[in-house]
Ligand binder design. Structure first.
Ligand SMILES: *Cc1c(COP(=O)(O)O)cnc(C)c1O
Length: 377
């Protein structure tokens, strides 16, 4: 039966590991699993390889994304690190130039040391220019962080296919509820499950989703061998979070649009970055490839002093890193998520003392607007 995404969010992909009829997925707090006989297995041997609670989560995320298999990790960065184990010294990867700061830090300090070179491209034309015989993959975030630029996934996929490159999309910001990278040619979809999937600012997790079974097998081997698997307790929380993904995404987007409209009317605001604005340079691509614009807004205030005042004065909104949870959070990308980016790179990307990033939560739009309003004063 073909079900709507909101139904899959609630029920997931139930495999019957439980015989009691429990409606919620049980937490299988077992490190190891007894074998029925020599050379036999229940399908579960050791929780680093497979755990029944996490299998439910993995199958649910695979179904939501339209992939065939997903692997759960202890954090989004654990997922990116595992992903990098697909590559060998001498390999080259092209990444979009506006990336989550932690991913940039991993590429700069870990991947480079391990002999995997990463170069950055701002636009599609630049991706093609960067390709060398050593290039193995293209890695993008769309919308990007924190500048909210949108990449035409089908166009990148065509380039990737032509050059036999893996096309990797970090889908943390929009989630499969608003964007399905596999239907635009992605090979691997990445999530920080800490954000919208979990949705409650209470658990870290990461996911890699694939369509191809050979790739799935490689990733399963990597997690089993390197060990950054998800705890089943945390897996349970992410499953619970996903149950409300559809309603959260709808409400957060609705509130985000109200806040964007209000921000546009404020003298203290120089610029608003939100892909749902008609003036946004990528508005048309967004409309073509996504079914929504999400709940993330970046904006520039008049000067650094105003930015500091906002961060120090907000009351309902918390000044904290992270995003995608029920509590609205505001961050200062320059000092937080993107602090490890060299200053010249930061400035070139517009990540300066005036830029703030807001993750819209589930509070009433009026309260969030009132909070922002009083914070400018
Ligand atoms: C947070 C984040 C990550 C890293 O995930 P963690 O769960 O914090 O390790 C990767 N990509 C994006 C877009 C993120 O927002």
């Amino acid at each position: 039966m073909c079900m709507d995404i909101s139904t899959i969010c609630v029920h997931g992909c139930k495999k019957k590991f439980d015989t009691t009829g429990a409606v919620a997925v049980p937490i299988f707090a077992s490190a190891t699993f007894a074998h029925p006989g020599v050379g036999q297995s229940t399908g579960f041997d050791y929780s680093r390889s497979l755990n029944p609670t996490n299998v439910h989560l993995e199958d649910t995320v695979a179904a939501l994304e339209g992939g065939s298999e997903a692997v759960a990790f202890s954090s989004g960065m654990a997922a990116v690190s595992a992903l990098m184990e697909l590559f060998s010294p001498g390999d080259h990867i092209i990444a979009s130039d506006d990336l989550y700061g932690g991913t940039f830090r991993l590429f700069l300090h870990i991947s480079q040391k391990n002999g995997v070179k990463v170069s950055y491209a701002a636009a599609l034309e630049d991706i093609e220019k960067e390709i060398t015989p050593a290039t193995k993959a293209v890695f993008i975030e769309t919308p990007s962080n924190p500048m909210m630029r949108v990449t035409d996934m089908a166009a990148v996929a065509a380039v990737a296919r032509k050059h036999k490159l893996l096309f990797i999309v970090d889908n943390t910001f929009l989630t499969p509820y608003f964007q399905k990278p596999f239907s635009h040619g992605a090979d691997i979809v990445l999530h920080s499950g800490t954000k919208y999937l979990g949705g409650h600012n209470d658990t870290l997790s990461g996911m890699l989703v694939v369509k191809d079974s050979v790739l799935a097998e490689k990733l399963r081997f990597i997690v089993k061998t390197t060990g950054a698997c998800l705890s089943p307790f945390d897996g349970f929380l992410i499953i619970r979070g996903i149950k409300t993904l559809a309603v959260r995404m709808e409400r957060m987007q609705e509130t985000a649009l109200k806040i964007v409209q209000w921000l546009l009317e404020q003298n203290a605001i120089k610029k608003v970055y939100y892909p749902g604005l008609k003036e946004h340079p990528d508005y048309e691509i967004s409309c073509r490839q996504t079914s929504g614009f999400g709940g993330m807004i970046s904006f520039s205030v008049r000067d650094g002093k105003t930015a500091e005042r906002v961060l120090e004065n907000v009351k309902v909104i918390k000044y904290a890193e992270s995003l995608g949870g029920v509590e609205s959070l505001i961050t200062y990308p320059m000092l937080q998520t993107h602090a490890d980016l060299p200053e010249s790179e930061r400035n070139a990307r517009g990540i300066n003392e005036c830029l703030l990033r807001l993750s819209v939560g589930l509070e009433a739009a009026e309260d969030l607007i009132a909070d922002l309003k009083q914070s400018f004063i």
